[in-house]
Design a protein around this ligand. Structure first.
Ligand SMILES: Nc1nc2c(ncn2[C@@H]2O[C@H](COP(=O)(O)OP(=O)(O)OP(=O)(O)O)[C@@H](O)[C@H]2O)c(=O)[nH]1
Ligand SMILES: [Mg+2]
Length: 343
């Protein structure tokens, strides 16, 4: 309880300071910027003058809930998520705009060591993309799986390794304790937060958030905090954009994530998912055809075998993907999935 009150007081205090400073910075830059832009186009300059943005690097161990969190924060499921590790393979910018502020969340693959990268034959993006995101971030959100009793008491060593002295000095960091819906005793959560913040060799967090990316608990508070932290500067993306990935890539990755949820063990990692066809349909809808190449016939059978309750697995993958993509694009999506296998 004391910890919560303490955190609340600090947060309100820092919000006041942020507001104060952002106004001061605005005022000092106003003259020259206003002049230059007004000579271009008056209406744009007025709009641009008040623009603010923040680039947030989202880092965490594999499966900590990074993509689910980003989707909740931007209110669209543009970052595919699944119950298995290594769902996110490359970094993606997910964009949220509210009044004059643009938040750019950089979702990243779970941070891995060089050894893991080699052992599991992971793409170079697993090693490089978290670092690339750090290089352009204004703030870093470290996502910690509060449910995992084996890993939750320490910040992942692979993350600590990429946070160089230079980055630690330059970029503020917040701790995001995720999956709090799984903790029955709230004292465990407070104890965990206190341990991670007070550890001698731990990172210096400017704030701690306790959220459930699955239920949305605590998400509004985190989003408001980030909106308040935005810096006065031009937006990087057009207002209508919500991802820097193409529609086609989001479709392909969503189908892959659903296959990861639907198939057991290592099987989904051996599949090759490819978008074969994509076209706009009637009334702003989207139609797409995606192929799933199975390395063995028995895997294809597993996908095609009929089940009494939901038909076959591939049908269920299509339905679940359509549902998620509808939420991402805010438009009807029709998907056709084809299963290929060696004869
Ligand atoms: N109970 C619970 N589950 C969550 C929460 N957030 C995420 N999950 C689940 O955790 C699993 C992993 O979520 P992802 O968002 O894919 O995790 P990630 O960190 O992006 O994983 P990688 O991209 O593989 O590194 C999924 O099954 C999510 O539904 C949460 O707050 N509560
Ligand atoms: Mg992910």
């Amino acid at each position: 309880m004391l910890f919560t009150i303490e955190k609340y007081v600090i947060r309100v205090g820092s919000r006041y300071l942020r507001r104060y400073f952002s106004r001061t910075v605005d005022a000092t830059k106003l003259d020259s910027q206003t002049f230059i832009r007004q000579s271009d186009d008056t209406s744009t300059s007025i709009r641009r003058e008040s623009q603010k943005s923040l680039r947030i690097a989202i880092l965490g161990a594999p499966n900590a809930g990074k993509s689910t969190l980003v989707n909740q924060l931007i209110k669209r499921t543009v970052c595919p998520a699944s119950s298995k590790v290594h769902t996110t393979q490359t970094k993606a910018d997910a964009i949220y705009c509210e009044s004059d502020t643009q938040l750019i969340f950089m979702d990243t693959p779970g941070v891995v060591s060089t050894t893991e990268c080699k052992r599991y034959n992971l793409a170079n993006t697993f090693k490089n993309d978290p670092k690339v995101s750090l290089a352009v971030a204004d703030i870093v959100g470290i996502v910690q799986d509060a449910q995992n009793m084996y890993t939750r008491h320490n910040i992942n060593s692979n993350i600590l390794e990429i946070l160089t002295e230079k980055i630690l000095k330059k970029i503020p960091m917040i701790l995001i304790l995720n999956k709090i819906d799984k903790l029955k005793k709230k004292e465990v959560l407070l104890q965990l937060a206190s341990t991670l913040v007070k550890k001698k060799d731990s990172l210096k967090f400017s704030d701690v958030f306790m959220v459930s990316a699955l239920t949305g608990d605590g998400i509004d508070d985190l989003r408001t905090y980030l909106l308040d932290s935005a810096k006065p500067r031009d937006w990087q993306y057009e207002e209508h954009m919500y991802s820097n990935h193409k529609c086609e890539d989001i479709i392909q990755q969503t189908v892959r994530a659903k296959l990861m949820d639907m198939l057991p063990h290592e099987i989904p990692y051996s599949l090759k998912v490819k978008l074969e066809h994509f076209e706009p349909g009637p009334e702003d809808s989207v139609m797409a055809m995606v192929s799933v190449a199975c390395p063995k016939k028995n895997i294809a059978k597993l996908l095609l075998r009929k089940n009494k309750t939901f038909g076959n697995r591939i049908k269920q993958v299509a339905v679940m993907s359509e549902q998620e993509l509808r939420h991402a694009f805010r438009t009807p999506v029709r998907l056709k999935l084809i299963v290929n296998f060696p004869t």
